[in-house]
Write a protein that binds this ligand. Sequence first.
Ligand code: TRP
Length: 451
Amino acid sequence: MNNNDLQPREHWTTRLGFILAAAGSAVGLGNIWRFPYVTGTQGGAAFLIIYLIAIIFIGYPVMITEMTLGRKTQRNPVGAFKSLAPKTPWWLVGALGVFTGFVILSYYSVVAGWSLSYIFRAISGFTPDMDFADVFVGHITGVGVPIFWHAVFMILTIGIIASGVVKGIQRAVKTLMPILFVLLFVLIVRALTLEGAAEGLSFYLRPDFGAVTAITFNDAIAQAFFTLSLGMGAIITYGSYLSDQDTIGDNAAWVVGLDTVIAILAGFAIFPAVFALGLTPDAGPGLTFITLPAVFAEMPLGSLFGFLFFLLLSIAALTSAISLLEVVVAWIVDEHGWARKKAAIVLGAIIFLVGIPPVLGYSTWDGFEFLGMDVLDTYDWFANSIFLPLGGLLTAIFAGYVWQARNLQDEANRVEGSINVGAWYGFMIKIVVPIAIAIIMLVGLYQTFTG
Ligand code: TRP
């Protein structure tokens, strides 16, 4: 049974609603947690330049592709491929996307749970005598506490998705995204007005090409996919709630632009503060949860700013998590006729359970090791080094050669906007994107397995 025959598909009620939803999906832990620490360890502005090239030449064309696939077919990723290439195995690309949604959301929610718990730690006060490395390790090596916050985060995500596209997703992003912009602005002003902020700025803006290696290119492309929510059908799914009155070239540019600006701005909120207080930005993943609380502890009104920061991080994570759950829910609603509420609750609960091993990887199961990684990093590695680039590669090949770039261009240009999806698109999606992704996947795998 196909549920679409029973209920008309919901559509975003305004263009802004869609742009904020897609930008909300894009702006997440990837921008505020991962982007600054990768930049901090991979040559500052040198990484930024490579990243921008990846965003423009790979991210933007793939964003256009996913939006158009969704709008054209009005289906979840599995249904989208089925409807354009019936009776072929291409639907498996959509299925890989749905599976990737399960994997990413399960550990994403664990990290988002850390962020939620830090909102409350900030309220009880960050003080200079605390050892924040100890605090963080103490937190993640717990069992009940991190599982509790992971559950709270999943319940929030399920609640929004269960309420629907317009009453759930669109309403949530219209409230949360403006709050996110304001919080980020406040934090940037705070960071830039600290004494000694200039040193952080010069670190951030001075390119250190000496730190650039093959890994840097790999990280830049992987980051481009993750941060733009590409490669697993999240944008296909959000695009499927567009009506054909919407301009693709412009909408895609808005989403890519907003995401990039917010990632760069997150750096302006973080690096000046880190340097002003005499710390270094090369802590890796611990930058957000260890270095930053130490920075807040030293700052006037630091607990307040710490509270605002972790609120920002949690909001960014929530508007991304809903897009991950929506992919999975849209699949089972469209393809198997489930009611949305039931789908959100049942699938959300399964994802919660899949997220328990990454929590336990720091305590009960700390003996687990895969290529030197703990459980959470292993999930992340599979998602980012294999599933997302593979999904992106196959989607590009499908769009370029199976559905054909020309057809996609015509579909994308159906409504005229200021950006026309021209012949350049065909060149990108047929040649540049597949080759770039194939190379970085191979280099990435080679590097991982040879250490
Ligand atoms: N883009 C989000 C971030 O930067 C994460 C995310 C949401 C995502 N949906 C996705 C990543 C789909 C890949 C695919 O944190």
